[in-house]
Design a protein. Structure first.
Length: 293
DNA sequence: AACCAGGGAAGAT
DNA sequence: ATCTTCCATGGT
């Protein structure tokens, strides 16, 4: 339905799906344009290299989720809607996943956050940059640092900020990022990764069709990208369902809290806890993070 | 005022 | 191959 230069669509999906909890989590990142009262968010996407913004608003309930989607009229409406479905995991059967955890130690947490989907980052390249920037920083400072980065080098459209393009980032100097309080090392990582993309050595479209292992082998070679970054990228960049970042401090603290441990669990303990959570380890990770947020 | 943070590279065994 | 140190800065 077209009106006033907008495309407008109502969408109904299978429940359970708790969009209010989605907005709750998205609002942790100051770059996300979330409006809790109207139950909506503006989603910046790159469709066929074109910046597109979709306004997604929940109008349904947990068990009968409905959305109103608005966007600027263009040629890629179908692709934009497909991408939205992927980002918000509208086709993932949350009931089945929730059922899977009902007989595990995570049951109470899954009860508490029932209907929470794993929402993807809005763009794979942005996801990777965000992972690098967030490495070894507390969430609060990490968010101000990414916000500062995007506001300085990215671009704004219809009130939403886009991360800078690989070309823009590749052309930056370390000193420009140091001025934003990046460490020298972090600045080198970010610029270096953008250069790999510009040179064509890192292509996110082709990554989509590769296995986790193939992607790992390719990304681990790039300076600044380690296991934690790859696991996060596979989860939030590509939406893979079975990742568990054992080295993640947040996961460790969540497990410590869940099992009432005096110290953070060892690698072996974590491995043994997570037995039985497959093949949905990403959802275990997500709900563990939620449990300490 | 220490100590920690949703890590990873580089150097040392 | 595996262990240790350094990076850099804000938060608590």
């Amino acid at each position: 339905m077209l009106r006033d230069g907008l495309f407008l669509e109502t969408l109904q999906i299978k429940g359970p799906y708790n969009f209010d909890l989605v907005l709750d989590r998205l609002s942790m990142d100051p770059l996300n344009q979330v409006d809790i009262d109207s139950r909506s968010v503006k989603v910046p996407m790159l469709i066929e290299n074109e910046a597109v913004i979709a306004h997604v608003q929940a109008v349904g309930t947990l068990d009968n989720p409905k959305f109103i989607i608005k966007g600027t009229e263009g040629e890629n409406i179908v692709k934009a809607e497909k991408r939205l479905a992927e980002i918000f995991q509208w086709d993932v059967p949350l009931e089945i996943i929730s059922e899977h955890f009902r007989k595990t130690d995570l049951a109470p947490i899954f009860e508490q956050h029932y209907g929470t989907p794993l929402v993807l980052d809005f763009d794979p390249f942005s996801c990777l940059l965000k992972c690098i920037i967030h490495q070894q920083l507390n969430l609060s400072f990490a968010h101000t640092l990414t916000e500062r980065f995007v506001n300085t080098f990215g671009f704004e459209k219809e009130g939403v900020w886009f991360y800078p393009s690989p070309e823009t980032v590749a052309a930056l100097q370390v000193e420009e990022l140091r001025a934003l309080q990046f460490s020298g090392r972090k600045a080198e990582y970010v610029i270096g990764i953008a250069m790999e993309v510009v040179k064509g050595n890192l292509d996110f479209t082709s990554l989509r069709d590769q296995s986790n292992e193939e992607i790992y082998k390719q990304l681990i070679k790039i300076r600044g990208i380690g296991p934690w970054t790859i696991q996060n990228f596979l989860m939030f960049g590509l939406g893979r369902l079975n990742l568990f970042p054992v080295a993640d401090i947040g996961i460790q603290n969540a497990l410590k809290k869940l099992y009432k441990l005096d110290v953070k669990p060892t690698l072996e303990e974590i491995e043994s806890f997570s037995k039985g959570w497959e093949p949905y380890l990403s959802y275990a990770s997500l709900y563990l993070w939620r449990s300490i947020e």
